[in-house]
Design a protein around this ligand. Structure first.
Ligand SMILES: [Zn+2]
Ligand SMILES: [Zn+2]
Ligand SMILES: [Zn+2]
Length: 114
C-alpha cells in the first residue's frame, strides 16, 4: 500500500512540474507597445523634425504644401517646398535657423530625427 502511495505522489509531482513548465511556456509575455510618439515634434512653433517653422513646414503642413505647389515652389524630387529643400539648397536651412534666432533670440531647438 505504502509503495503504491509513494509512486502515486511521485507521478502527481511530475505531472505538476510538467504542467507548471507548460504553463510557463504558454504564458504570453505582454508584447512591447509599438513605439509611440510620446514626445513633441513642435517646440516653440518650430518643427524639430524638419527644422522649419511649424506653420510653414511643407512636410507637416499639407495646406501649406498645397500653396507651395500652386505657387510653383515645389521640389518634386524630395517632396517638399523647393525653398525649404535643404537637400537641394543647404543654405536654406541656415536661413530658417537665422529667422528663428532673430525672432526668439536663441538658436532653434535641437533637430529631432527618427
Ligand atoms: Zn519623434
Ligand atoms: Zn515638419
Ligand atoms: Zn530637393
Amino acid at each position: 500500500m505504502r509503495s503504491i502511495n509513494k509512486t502515486g505522489n511521485a507521478v502527481v509531482i511530475i505531472a505538476a512540474a510538467l504542467f507548471a513548465a507548460a504553463g510557463c511556456g504558454q504564458q504570453a509575455t505582454p508584447a512591447p507597445k509599438a513605439a509611440e510618439h510620446q514626445h513633441e515634434h513642435s517646440i516653440n512653433g518650430w518643427c524639430t523634425e524638419h527644422e522649419l517653422p511649424e506653420e510653414i513646414c511643407s512636410l507637416c503642413n499639407k495646406k501649406y504644401a498645397e500653396e507651395c505647389k500652386k505657387a510653383g515652389d515645389w521640389c518634386k524630387e524630395h517632396d517638399r517646398a523647393e525653398s525649404q529643400c535643404f537637400v537641394c539648397d543647404p543654405a536654406a536651412k541656415e536661413k530658417f535657423a537665422a529667422q528663428y534666432k532673430a525672432q526668439h533670440g536663441q538658436d532653434p531647438p535641437k533637430p529631432h530625427q527618427h
